[in-house]
Design a protein around this ligand. Structure first.
Ligand SMILES: [Zn+2]
Ligand SMILES: [Zn+2]
Length: 368
């Protein structure tokens, strides 16, 4: 069958809206009629070829839609089900078996390889391969062939455009605080960066009962959004360049947790001076350089019992944390609607441009 897709023909090229041919799902695969898809920073990084992914390719990894067909052996969803898509994992390695799919030993090939497990692709254009299965979905398209392991059935009345970004950006920020750093009631939290992931970390901190929640973000509109979503304080790092000092003016002994969503090294470096004894620093934002390093003062960190850890997808999992987040949203505790701007799918390039200029926080493309 045919479907429209945003095809990226070469690294850093524009997304070109084209009609592609979509093959039927094979064993273990799920054909999804995509209704909405969020744009995540990882799409933009992958569009440059930074992850070594092949071209031409269809990206997109915050998809949501309706199941159209299932391949042999798929039992968790059936045609007509509304589904949310998330990252892919193998289901067989030691990390998948311990229910840590974000740290699947096959995470990189399964999410960035842009090929299905049998080594072939489901999309083509004029007989030539168009790479798909990015994050197990390639949902910048009206139809995506996902995998049973990365589709979750949601309620029939679910608003797919609102839930779509839960599959990556929202679970990464909220889970980074709630799961990866195991935030507890009353603990103090600093969030560096007020984009979609950072603001989700703020929302996650509020759900966990953190207090204070301090957001460090240079754009005034995003600081205000952070305060509206549960931050108790907001620091402008342009006005107060020594952010560690600014944090200690609020919490003199230092905070329990810092989560960085900026990947901006000068901002991250200050985190080591923000934390109290037993302080935990979580790193989510990916720096622009593979060689980026964080100097950790060893004696200080040993004596204070400090932790620095990396975070992928907020340690989320599709059967546990993702449904938990959907329930938090339904109960009004995860007001993601406030950070979403909807665009028609055909305006994908404009949506990315607006994101670059801070005109939107989380763009969601819709197909209706
Ligand atoms: Zn695995
Ligand atoms: Zn993402």
């Amino acid at each position: 069958m045919e479907a429209v897709a945003a095809v990226l023909k070469e690294p850093s090229g524009p997304f070109s809206i084209e009609t592609v041919e979509v093959a039927a799902p094979k064993a273990g695969e799920v054909l999804v009629d995509i209704k909405a898809v969020g744009i995540c920073h990882t799409d933009i990084a992958a569009a440059t070829g930074a992850f070594g992914n092949p071209f031409p390719v269809v990206l997109g990894h915050e998809g949501a839609g309706v199941v159209e067909a299932v391949g042999e052996g798929v039992t968790n969803v059936r045609p007509g089900d509304k589904v949310l898509l998330t990252f892919n994992s193998c289901g067989e390695c030691k990390r998948c078996k311990s229910n840590d799919p974000a740290y699947c030993l096959q995470f990189f090939p399964m999410n960035f390889g842009c090929v299905h497990s049998d080594g072939t692709n489901r999309l083509s254009k004029d007989g030539a391969t168009v790479h798909d299965n990015f994050f197990g979905q390639s949902s910048f398209a009206a139809k995506a062939v996902a995998n049973s392991r990365n589709v979750l059935k949601v309620a029939d009345d679910a608003d797919l455009a609102t839930l779509a970004p839960l599959g990556c950006g929202i679970q990464t920020g909220a889970g980074g605080v709630m799961r990866s750093l195991s935030a507890k009631q009353g603990e103090s939290l600093v969030v560096i960066g007020g984009g979609a992931v950072g603001l989700s970390a703020v929302m996650g901190g509020k759900i966990a009962g953190c207090d204070p929640i301090i957001l460090i973000e240079p754009q005034v509109a995003r600081r205000e959004e952070g305060l509206a979503l549960g931050a108790t304080h907001a620091i402008d790092p342009i006005a107060q360049a020594n952010t560690a000092e600014a944090v200690r003016a609020i919490v003199p002994e230092g905070v329990d947790m810092v989560v960085d969503t900026s990947g901006y090294l000068p901002a991250v470096e200050q985190a080591v001076n923000m934390v109290c004894t037993l302080g935990r620093i979580g790193l989510i934002g990916v720096p622009g350089s593979l060689d980026a390093a964080l100097p950790v003062p060893l004696v200080q960190f040993i004596t204070m019992g400090g932790t620095v850890r990396g975070i992928i997808e907020g340690d989320s999992d599709i059967t546990g944390f993702l449904p938990e987040l959907i329930a938090h949203h339904a109960a009004g505790r995860l007001p993601v609607d406030q950070i979403i701007t909807r665009y028609p799918f055909s305006e994908i390039n404009q949506a990315i441009e607006d994101g670059h200029h801070g005109k939107c926080i989380k763009a969601v493309l819709t197909f209706d």
